[in-house]
Design a binder for this molecule. Structure first.
Ligand code: HEC
Length: 386
């Protein structure tokens, strides 16, 4: 969705809003003014600033950007008034004028309801183990309403006042993780009458459980999208897992962040490629004399997590490539001999338009890598764009 020339400054603006509020919360916490909730500092207000609507309303986004400039100049004028005695009056007079002249955006566009955990970040590191833990909890607690595939068509769904949402849609990515956590633990209410629409699970599960559920639901949603649409419209990270390279001590996939990583599921990896770190993910019960590769991952949880994200029961032979930021971008299906444009399954709109489905030149992988690098994934949380 980063097709517009506005994407860069919008991304910056939204990042700034998020960062400023997070810093404010840290300062409040350091001063002892923020309570604690679910193990992290609590957001004390019922609203917060959000970029969600700015993406739809560019005019308001511009107003906000200009307002920030005006406020910054007003602060500068205040500072100068403090430091410089003679022209103090003029500087002071400028402050209210600037604040009145600023094109303030409409409050309902930039303010959204907040929960005490709105700014909490997941501590799980999106690991394969956490996804596996989430799967068990999901089957025990959520499947009756949300359904095995997360589309909201579980056996209980039809009897509810509100239909559960489709978890493979953009919902999980639009919401801040912390807001998802709050709703899982405390339930949801309908905006009009305040009636409970989903029960809270805080009495049955704890925070680490809820974070694991969020990881699982994202992986499930990604796999369902890939099955239905052939793409990941919402970016999904490469789950972290333990990897062993030769006789070196085990390390994690995340320790290669900053490099491109290719996961090859099966018993044999293709030739090493200097542009990528190649890791062979062997099935939980490998055939004898397998694992011919420099770096190997082997755990049932890792195999399951990647099968879930790739939306397939037969993962063997699949290749997945993550970009330098750890987002999964490219999928090669089993039996693929060359690379085609369709293999770039997490892409921005700009690349969608160009020659979709076309076979790539001999070094097709190089072309895919170049595209992947040229179009990084944007912020995706709380209205952040892809
Ligand atoms: C009794 C049925 C029921 C069960 C059980 C249930 N849900 Fe829900 N869930 C719903 C309904 C209905 C909604 C839609 C609520 C609304 O929009 O007001 C919902 C919404 C959600 C949302 C979206 C919240 C948002 O921000 O809009 C998430 C996430 C979620 N459920 C996760 C879970 C998880 C995780 C579990 C298991 C621990 C679970 N649900 C169990 C019925 C259920």
């Amino acid at each position: 969705m980063n097709s517009t020339p506005e994407a860069d400054w919008l991304n910056l603006l939204i990042g700034l809003l998020q960062g400023a509020q997070l810093q404010l919360l840290r300062v409040l916490d350091a001063l002892g003014l923020a309570g604690q909730v679910h193990g992290q500092p609590a957001w004390p207000w019922s609203q917060r600033l959000s970029g969600e609507n700015l993406l739809i309303d560019l005019g308001q986004a511009r107003s906000l950007a200009w307002t920030l400039v005006f406020v910054a100049v007003a602060l500068l004028a205040l500072l100068l008034a403090l430091l410089w005695r003679r022209p103090r009056f003029y500087f002071l007079a400028m402050v209210p004028m600037l604040l009145i002249a600023a094109p303030w955006p409409e409050a309902h566009v930039v303010l959204v309801p907040a929960t005490p955990t709105s700014f909490q970040a997941s501590p799980t590191g999106f690991t394969a183990a956490s996804i596996a833990k989430g799967r068990v909890l999901y089957e025990q607690n959520c499947v009756a309403c949300h359904g095995v595939d997360g589309r909201g068509e579980g056996p209980l769904a039809a009897s509810l006042a509100v239909w559960p949402p489709n978890l493979s849609g953009p919902l999980l990515w639009r919401r801040a993780d912390g807001d998802l956590l709050w709703r899982i633990l405390h339930g949801t209410r309908d905006a009009q009458h305040g009636r409970a629409t989903m029960p809270g699970f805080g009495g049955k599960i704890d925070e680490p459980d809820a974070w694991a559920l969020i990881d699982y639901m994202k992986a499930l949603g990604a796999g369902q999208s890939l099955r239905a649409l052939g793409s990941w419209p919402q970016p999904i990270g490469l789950p972290d897992m333990a990897v062993r390279c030769g006789s070196q001590p085990p390390r994690t996939l995340a320790s290669w962040r900053g490099q491109r990583v290719r996961i090859v599921a099966g018993n044999a990896a293709p030739a090493e490629d200097p542009r990528l770190v190649t890791v062979l993910l062997v099935p939980p019960s490998p055939t004898a004399s397998s694992a011919a590769a420099d770096c190997v991952a082997q755990s049932a949880a890792a195999w399951e997590a990647l099968a879930l994200i790739a939306g397939t029961d037969r993962l063997a032979g699949t290749q997945l490539i993550a970009d330098r930021d750890g987002w999964l971008r490219v999928r090669g299906e089993p039996g693929n001999t060359g690379w085609s444009d369709d293999d770039l399954v997490c892409r921005s709109e700009r690349t969608t338009a160009a020659g979709q489905g076309a076979a790539l030149p001999a070094d097709g992988l190089g072309a895919l890598i170049a595209r992947m690098d040229a179009e990084p994934v944007r912020f995706v949380k709380g209205g952040f764009i892809h």
